[in-house]
Design a protein around this ligand. Structure first.
Ligand SMILES: Nc1ncnc2c1ncn2[C@@H]1O[C@H](COP(=O)(O)OP(=O)(O)OP(=O)(O)O)[C@@H](O)[C@H]1O
Length: 322
């Protein structure tokens, strides 16, 4: 289980706004991340997640609002922030011909107190690819190299955007363990992810961003509790039940009948009311299942439906400040 953040915020974002041309893609975003916390940013495609973290990294200049990393302005104090913040690279940022070993040595040389890259490479399953050129690596190997390079400077804060995209299930689990170890060493992790399982497993708190605004900010459990229908109950009744009577019970979201199996979504109160009704009628519930909503359910409830227009207008992103 994730542990809670311990101390003062190491990342502070307040009223952050960023537009590309006429289009505001980050619209008044505020959050704080405590030192040693794993903080997730979750949201639909085009919601403004990457733009937000690029402002934290100092790769983009906010139009308005305030961003601080360890009290430093990521744009004005870019060099000092770079020293304490590790970022996951994008593919275009490494030369095709560089070998894994050369990349690890090169990135180590950027920092005053780098980590020993060898155990990191070992931990990420890269040891037998040290002589391989970047262009010859598989997608998963490139991804693992990017994670190693984000960590090689011994950062206080690491920003991981799409941490495990392209990794197979075993590599994904190994990576999660590595991130937990990194945090256990006191490193703060800012994680952009599309994987609910990843967010639920790793994050202490999650900001759900939708259309450039924070739709919710809570622990994974807190977000799940906000799902419109946190419980789903299903059973096969021993005698017919009136759907209208079930629908009138407290907190009911929906009532369905799938070939004799009743499915009711609602709250804990709904579950208790259904059981009371069944007992009163002398009806037994065969094959009874009650399951909690998942982070997926909460996510869908908290974010609006996308339209293709939301995805339009992307220009080529560059690492330079824009
Ligand atoms: N350099 C840019 N120029 C113009 N528009 C951009 C640029 N970069 C991003 N956008 C647009 O800004 C919006 C937010 O993009 P951003 O990459 O921050 O979203 P995201 O939440 O990270 O999305 P995804 O999950 O798809 O990576 C999108 O509509 C995108 O098309």
């Amino acid at each position: 289980m994730p542990s809670q953040a311990s101390s003062a915020p190491i990342i502070e974002v307040s009223g952050l706004t960023k537009a590309y041309g006429e289009r505001t893609v980050v619209d008044g975003v505020s959050f704080e991340v405590g030192e040693g916390e794993i903080f997730g940013i979750l949201g639909p495609n085009g919601a403004g997640k990457t733009t937000t973290v690029e402002c934290v990294e100092g790769l983009r200049v906010p139009d308005s609002g305030r961003v601080r990393v360890a009290g430093l302005d990521p744009v004005a104090d870019h060099d000092r922030v770079t020293e304490l913040l590790g970022s996951q690279l994008q593919e275009s940022e490494l030369q095709a011909k560089i070998t894994v070993r050369e990349a690890l040595e090169l990135y180590s040389s950027f920092y005053r107190t780098p980590a020993d890259w060898r155990p990191l490479a070992e931990r990420l399953g890269l040891t037998d690819r040290l002589g391989a050129r970047f262009a010859k690596l598989s997608g998963g190997q490139k991804q693992r190299l990017f994670i190693a390079l984000a960590l090689v400077g011994n950062p206080r804060v690491v920003v991981l955007d799409e941490l495990t995209t392209g990794l197979d299930p075993r590599a994904r689990r190994d990576t999660w363990e590595l991130i937990e170890e990194v945090r256990a060493g006191g490193v703060t992790v800012l994680l952009v992810t599309h994987f609910m399982e990843e967010a639920q497993r790793l994050c202490d708190r999650i900001a759900v961003i939708d259309k450039g605004r924070i739709a919710a900010l809570d622990s994974p459990e807190g977000l799940i509790g906000r799902a419109a229908n946190p419980s789903v109950m299903s059973f096969v009744p021993s005698a017919p039940l009136d759907p209208a009577e079930l629908a009138a019970l407290p907190g009911v979201g929906s009532v369905g009948d799938k070939r004799g199996r009743i499915e009711i979504t609602g709250t804990d109160e709904t579950v208790n009311a259904v059981i009371t009704l069944l007992v009163r009628r002398g009806i037994t519930a065969g094959q009874l299942h009650v399951v909690d909503a998942t982070l997926d359910d909460a996510f869908l409830d908290l974010t609006e439906e996308r339209t293709p227009a939301d995805e339009d207008g992307r220009e080529t992103a560059s690492a330079a400040t824009a």
